[in-house]
Design a protein around this ligand. Sequence first.
Ligand SMILES: CC(C)(COP(=O)(O)OP(=O)(O)OC[C@H]1O[C@@H](n2cnc3c(N)ncnc32)[C@H](O)[C@@H]1OP(=O)(O)O)[C@@H](O)C(=O)NCCC(=O)NCCS
Length: 143
Amino acid sequence: MSTTIREIRPEDYDAINAFWRNIEGVEIDDSENKQGFDFFLGRNKGMSFLALDHDKIIGTCLASHNGRCGFLNHLAVAQNHRRQGTGKMLVQKCSEILRTEGIKKIYIFLSKENIEAEAFWEHIGWFQYDKYFVMIKEVDINL
Ligand SMILES: CC(C)(COP(=O)(O)OP(=O)(O)OC[C@H]1O[C@@H](n2cnc3c(N)ncnc32)[C@H](O)[C@@H]1OP(=O)(O)O)[C@@H](O)C(=O)NCCC(=O)NCCS
């Protein structure tokens, strides 16, 4: 097996979308259409990566920042390629890029039910930040 890592490009959308739909633990909402994907990559150029086994996508990690802190989304590795260092490699690659952008703190949002992924993040040195909890509001015309 030969795993390579490269930047995610807009034209990867169809293949990545199909890949995500097969991964339990990756939550895709309605905003994640082609337009949303291009918008995200355009605002966060060169920060998101995929892993390939030859030409086949076996992993992804999206990274972004707002000038103050960074975020990782949609870290996923194909079931039959897990436990071979790919997830960690993608997290390291994205973290490295964020660091070169001057970002010192990175957040992830993880479902409370995703015990497996929680164990992975803890194993690679991340920790739960119980000082805050997440609040959310849909921004519509009734601000
Ligand atoms: C979480 C996920 C990305 C991990 O990918 P992976 O390629 O299997 O992880 P790696 O092989 O890079 O693991 C890195 C280290 O974490 C350990 N690890 C991986 N999964 C683990 C788990 N479930 N529990 C404990 N340790 C784990 C590995 O053994 C390895 O340890 P080492 O560095 O001491 O050898 C993968 O399980 C996945 O795609 N899960 C489904 C999608 C998901 O839930 N994503 C998270 C969204 S936030």
